[in-house]
Design a protein around this ligand. Structure first.
Ligand SMILES: [Zn+2]
Length: 443
């Protein structure tokens, strides 16, 4: 996919402290006006730009944007991305084979290849690459980003400090929060446990993990317990990489469910990838999916990366690399879609477009009916917002922070199909990006 998007000049009305949109279509098909004041959605309805609420807020003529029947969405939330690794691919030797990994391009290869890049990281180099990807996200309608940052004895706290620097540099256009992610394991990487504590002390927001990377069941259980101990100590949410492997016998998801319930961490736990669930037997899958629903666990599925990463050992029927998305959704488990990777050792594509992520994920998960397309939208909006526990802060509803995006096309299925970037993106009521698409045919 090529990026046919160029930033537009000008200073539309949607840059004022009090402004309104008229004639916007919501995802439910209704047409409304939206009044924004002091960074928040003040009113949504047929007369929100002309009624008493508008007058009371001090809306002035000329501070009104004509949505022209375009789709208005809350800005996207990318709840699973690795900003510290983004953009390292051009510097990697992608043809080289690594010990123990005969398949350049698989997960083990990608982790090994990343080691070399990680050794050379500086706070400045990580920050520069992360800023680029955050800005791509904003340009494509995402204003909230949760980034895993590697915490291990190779890179120390450099990835965290780099992404935090990027977060500060981009604080005017996006909220970037961090997950302390022990990419090399905890038992397997002596010293990582202390670094995880240090990362939380240095302001990492969420506790990450990767239990399936440990050797043996006992170490995997200890890894999960360590992460929950840390989460309790810092009163933090948990967001782990779970069972990102084709091996259906790897079942750390069950341990995560168990710990979530035992510690009362309901609604505060996200599990990423969960590819092994697709290869597991149905009895285990039914049981653990029900457990996720019970424990209020969110699944962050990342089909764009896993489609190219997993199933590489299969012949004939090649696994899709995605978890049981439809089964999870049917069981009431919230499923989010993340970008995961951008131009790194794991994935050579990505441009911070959650619209692209939703389209690819819909293909991978067989989401095609109108209701199913709605779940693809929820997977990049309401579901991750709920996982962040944003509550009434999020959405096109009165009181929410005005993180909004306006499209030219009128409906979500059309927006998803056509893949044009949003005309305008606002964060906290402030215009932070615009896109103009210019096309000519037989010019
Ligand atoms: Zn990931």
């Amino acid at each position: 996919m090529t990026d046919d998007v160029t930033p537009a000049a000008g200073k539309p009305a949607g840059q004022r402290a009090v402004w309104a949109l008229t004639g916007a279509r919501l995802a439910d098909g209704s047409t409304v006006d939206v009044l924004v004041a002091a960074g928040r959605v003040r009113a949504v309805g047929p007369d929100a730009a002309s009624g008493p609420a508008a007058a009371a807020a001090g809306l002035r003529e000329g501070h009104v944007v004509d949505a022209a029947g375009g789709l208005l969405l809350p800005a996207f939330v990318d709840t699973h991305v690795h900003l510290d690794k983004a953009g390292i691919r051009p510097g990697l030797d992608t043809g080289r084979r690594y010990p123990g990994s005969a398949n350049p391009g698989d997960l083990a290869w990608a982790i090994a290849a990343t080691h070399e890049a990680k050794r050379a990281y500086t706070v400045e180099s990580v920050a520069a690459r992360a800023v680029e990807v955050v800005e791509q996200h904003v340009q494509h309608g995402t204003t909230r980003i949760r980034s895993h940052v590697d915490v291990d004895t190779i890179g120390g706290l450099t990835p965290l400090l780099g992404v935090q620097a990027a977060a500060r540099a981009c604080a005017d256009v996006a909220d970037v929060v961090t997950i302390a992610f022990p990419q090399e394991g905890i038992a397997r990487d002596p010293g990582a446990a202390d670094l995880m504590v240090a990362a939380m002390e240095h302001g990492a927001d969420v506790v990450g993990g990767m239990p399936h990377w440990e050797d043996g069941e006992a170490a995997r259980r200890a890894h999960v317990a360590f992460c929950f101990d840390l989460a309790q100590r810092f009163d933090a949410d948990v967001d782990m990489h779970v069972d990102e492997t084709d091996d259906g016998d790897v079942r750390t998801l069950a341990t995560v469910v168990e710990e979530t319930e035992r510690r009362g961490w309901h609604g505060r736990v996200t599990v990423g990838h969960v590819c092994a669930l697709a290869a597991a037997d149905h009895a285990y899958a039914d049981d653990v999916v029900a457990g996720c629903a019970r424990a209020g666990i969110t699944v962050a599925s990342n089909p764009v990366t896993n489609l190219v990463l997993q199933g590489r050992g299969d012949r004939g029927l090649v696994r899709r690399g995605t978890t049981r998305i439809r089964e999870l959704m049917a069981a009431g488990v919230p499923v989010a879609f993340g970008q995961d990777c951008v131009d790194d050792a794991f994935y050579p594509f990505g441009r911070g477009s959650m619209l692209e992520v939703a389209l690819v994920s819909a293909h991978a998960a067989h989401l095609t009916t109108p209701a199913e397309l709605g779940t693809a939208l929820a997977a990049i909006t309401d579901v991750p917002a709920a996982a962040w526990r944003l509550g009434p802060e999020y959405g096109v509803v009165p009181g929410a922070r005005a993180d909004l995006q306006l499209y030219a096309a009128p409906t979500w299925p059309q927006v998803l199909r056509l893949q044009d970037a949003p005309r305008s993106v606002w964060r906290a009521g402030v215009l932070v990006a615009t896109n103009e698409v210019r096309r000519t045919l037989r010019p």
